[in-house]
Every structure is written in structure tokens, then in C-alpha cells.
Design a protein around this ligand. Sequence first.
Ligand SMILES: [Zn+2]
Length: 387
Amino acid sequence: MGEVASLALFDHHCHGVVAEQLDRAGFEALLTEGGPAGRWGGSRFDTRVGFAVRRWCAPVLGLPPHAPADDYLTRRADLGPAEVNRRFLTAAGLSTLCVDTGFQPRPLTTPTQLADLAGAATYRIGRLETLAEEVLAGPDPAASGSGAAGFRAAFRERLAAEVDQVVGWKSIAAYRAGLALPADPPDTTAITAAADRTLTAAGPGGKIRISDPVLHSFLVHTAIETGKPVQFHVGYGDSDVDLHRCDPLLLTDLLRRITPSGVPVMLLHNYPYHRQAGYLAQVFDPVFVDIGLAAHGVAGRTATILAETLELAPFTKLLYSSDAFGLSELYHLAALLFRNALTTVLNAGTDAGDWTPADARHLARLITHDTARQAYRLGRHPQATDL
Ligand SMILES: [Zn+2]
């Protein structure tokens, strides 16, 4: 299965990277979901992803594998962010990127800049909560109304205005309310009451934060009506996530309700609930899964996570994403670790006689890009050929 290394990847969930120089603290803060190194954690380089950077990223910057962290950061600074980002985005071997632009705690490269760096096609994913918060913050003179009473109609108008500019939507309900969302579309009275509670909690001129399960459910159902895929953050994330409320099985009722629409639902990351996600992908036709951020999170253990995901998930329901954010190293690492893991899993099946080499080649093409291209209804990009 040498050919997995030669297949361009369709990265269906990722973010921009930092375009300015980073010092050691800034680099380490972006390396794991733990944020800046604290009093007790030591260096973030002493993690699986930190060792993976030294092993796999150092050679891309012209250093030997396992170069010390200080040497790595000095070399990174000498080359400068533009060259570093170009090298890692190119090394990732990507055909297509779907970029979530809804989370910008600091300036990040735009989808257009990522396209130039990666030599790949880029598309936007619209973050539902960000759009809803902008609508609630109104007043938008073009909307049907403002404030809680007009929210339902104004949000629908906002999605209709955005739908041609995105290839899909993303819900971060996991970060705000957990995944036990109401299955049925909430009625207008419930939506207005929830919007009113949200505005009251923010106070006059305060920052609006959608975190009501009724509103998250409304946003998802409205997004599904547009016919474009909806991504859910599931499982592993930073300390804002209440991980015990992020088991994707909590979405079961909602997924059952959505399934007749046939609109794809993408469960992102999933770790440590990747087996549960694999089950959902088997029993609900429009549900797809990836291991996303878990690849660089667990680094050398990626093949185990991937094999466990594929215990039940149909091979036709697995997508690739990096969830790279901030550091261009994460684009390269996620791609490399995923390719290695997929090769390991497919070779194991071939060696065991579970499938033929021809079957493995077919699965590799599906998983690296063909499935995603179909689910997002994108034509084949001219550069989306083999590397
Ligand atoms: Zn993300």
C-alpha cells in the first residue's frame, strides 16, 4: 500500500495558521489542546505531538529527525513564518481544504492565503453559532426583525444569504451545551424564549453567547434545510469542552430525526468516543466520521484509533481532516500520521486475507478524497490528482 503516500488528501475540516513570528511560549500554546504550558505540565514538547514535531517536522525545516526543541524553534524563526507555512502546507499533500473561519481569537491566514500556501482548492465552512450571535447582536436593517422576536426569521435569512459562499456548516454545541440536543425542530415560541434568555444573559451591549440547547437544535435544523453538510464538534477539545457531555451517542435522537433528509452529518474528531461514532456511521445513513484532531493528539497511536473507528464504521463513511489550527506543522503532522495509520490498517487487512490489494487501493482512494468530494458535492479539482 505504498500508494496512500501518493494520494492527495481532501481535508474537510481545518483552520487558518498564524502568519507572524511565534516565540517558544506562543508555539507551545498552540501545540496541544492544553494551551500555554502551566506550572506543572513542563514543556509541551514532552508530549506525543511534541515528539512528533521533532521527528517528522524537523526534516521539513532542514534539520535531522529528533533535533532538540531549541534548535527546532531557532530554525523556525530563522526561516520566517511565510517560508515555514509554505513548506508544511506543501508537504501535507492536500487537494482540497474546507476551512472553518468562524473561530478567530487571533489573526489567521484566510482561505485564499491557505490555497496559495498549499496549492490546493479551498472552500469555507460557516460556523452556525458565530452567524447566530451576529444576527442576535443586530439590528440588521435587512433582516425581518431584530432582537429575540425576529431571531428565527432573521437567522433563516442569514443562512440563505451565506449558503452559496460555503460548502457546509459547523455546530459547536459540544462547546456550549453538550450534544443532548432536542431532536425535533423547536417551535417559534421556544426559539423566541431561548433567544430572549440569551440576550438577557449578555446584558445591554454585552457579548452574546449562544449556549441554549433549543437554539443549537434550531441552528442545526435550519442548516440541514439548506441541504449542505453539517459538521459537529465531538469529543476531544480544549478545556471549554465538557467532555462528558460530548459522547456522540447523545446525538442519537437528533440523528434519527435528521436521517430522512439525507443531508450529510459529519462527526469530527470523536476521540475518545470514536467507537461510538463508528457505530452511528453504521446505523445512520447520512452520518460520516473522522478522527480529526486525534491524529496529532495521539501521534504514534493514530493507527490504533483509526482501526477502532473502522471496527464498525463503513469504510465509505470515513473522511480525513486535520483540524489544524495556528501551527502549519499540524497540517503536515495530521496528514503524515493519517497516511501512515491508513497504510497500517489497510496492510493489516491485506496481510490477514480480509481483503485483496485491489480492495485496499479502492478503499484508500475513497478515504483520502473520493468520499468527501461526493459528500460535499464538489467536482474534481484540477489539482486533485495523485501527487
Ligand atoms: Zn476545528
